[in-house]
Ligand binder design. Structure first.
Ligand code: TRP
Length: 337
């Protein structure tokens, strides 16, 4: 047992490659947090089943996601890396928590409403509805103090906290009530083709997102064709110059230099210079990242062993929590024969 605060986060294996937003918004934070926290990082493949995916693709993406965590610097010795479905306690705790979640509360989740806005609720599966309860189970099983997530997950964290508090007061103190760890300093990474929307895998055009595992030359080209504006001046203004502001944010995040310093350096230079500098700064970081990911993918059985060890360590914690929960709610323990 460690006396460091505990952090936990999971990422969905919904794409063949993570993108720049995942890297800055999640992976880089995870790597920083593992230093002075007891950390657990997972690939939430059960969540990924809420949208249709081919089985072979899901398996491949699950491995790739785990490989990318480690390529980014997650150290699986320090911070177990595991696959959610390898730890059956997630689905088990979720059932108990679902019996304590108000139907109305779940129906108020804005992400569910957004995701079902297009096709209507009749087109949605029930898993999409109970998704936040599975997420609550992910978190509460590990007694996590802090959960690094994006702003879009804040409401799910609130539900998680409510469930923990409800359980603790109905039975007795059982769960740590987790805090969201939402990093704002990075600014939002926007789509290169439409800098008014967040860079995301549901982007309208593949040219708008920088995939970490893409060929470096392809990413360089995407930067060259990034949308800016008809002006010439390089200044940071999210409203009036969202494209330029986004390029400055990206360059700043990857070069470690503050935006105002960059704006000074680019005085008298053109948008092409800024695009080139952003592309180079990103390539310097993600080229070795890509190499490491491909190397890990090339040693599949080793990668699977790392995940097996991660799942063992995760289960060590998760099974203790679940046993307490089952006992407190009154499920009859099986006796050994
Ligand atoms: N719902 C999260 C997302 O889409 C992923 C997730 C699932 C998660 N379980 C989690 C994040 C537990 C943090 C902790 O971003």
């Amino acid at each position: 047992m460690s006396d460091k605060p505990r952090v936990l986060s999971l990422m969905q294996p919904t794409a063949d490659s993570l993108h720049l937003g995942n890297y800055l918004g999640a992976l880089r934070q995870w790597v920083a947090l593992q230093e002075d926290h007891e950390a657990f990082f997972g690939v939430c493949d059960l969540h990924a089943l809420t949208v249709e995916v081919t089985p072979a693709e899901l398996r491949q993406r699950t491995l790739r996601a785990a490989a990318q965590f480690m390529a980014a610097g997650v150290d699986p010795e320090a911070a177990p890396v595991f696959v959610q479905s390898h730890v059956p306690e997630h689905a088990e705790l979720m059932w108990v928590l679902s019996t304590m979640t108000g139907f109305g509360h779940a129906a108020r989740m804005t992400q569910f409403k957004d995701k079902t806005a297009k096709g209507g609720q009749d087109q949605a599966n029930v898993g999409l509805f109970t998704y936040p309860i599975l997420m609550a189970a992910d978190i509460l099983l590990y007694q996590a103090d802090k959960v690094p997530v994006g702003e879009d997950q804040r409401q799910h964290l609130e539900l998680t906290r409510d469930l923990a508090q409800r359980f603790n007061s109905r039975y007795s103190p059982t769960f740590v009530v987790p805090e969201p760890h939402i990093v704002k300093s990075v600014g939002r990474i926007m789509d290169l083709q439409d800098p008014t929307v967040k860079m995301s895998k549901s982007a309208s055009s593949p040219n708008g997102i920088i995939e970490l595992l893409e060929e470096p030359a392809v990413n360089a080209k995407k930067f060259r064709s990034a949308v800016t504006d008809s002006g010439r001046e390089i200044s940071y203004d999210e409203e009036a110059k969202p494209g330029v502001a986004n390029l400055l944010s990206i360059l700043s995040a990857f070069s470690g230099r503050p935006i105002d310093v960059l704006v000074g350096e680019f005085e008298g230079k053109g948008y092409g210079d800024l695009k080139g500098a952003a592309a180079d700064a990103v390539a310097t970081v993600i080229s070795p990242f890509r190499e490491r990911t491909l190397a890990l993918m090339g040693e599949r059985s080793e990668l699977e062993q790392i995940l097996a060890r991660g799942a063992d360590r995760a289960r060590g914690v998760a099974s203790r929590t679940l046993a307490k929960v089952y006992k407190k709610v009154g499920l009859l323990p099986p006796v050994r024969r």
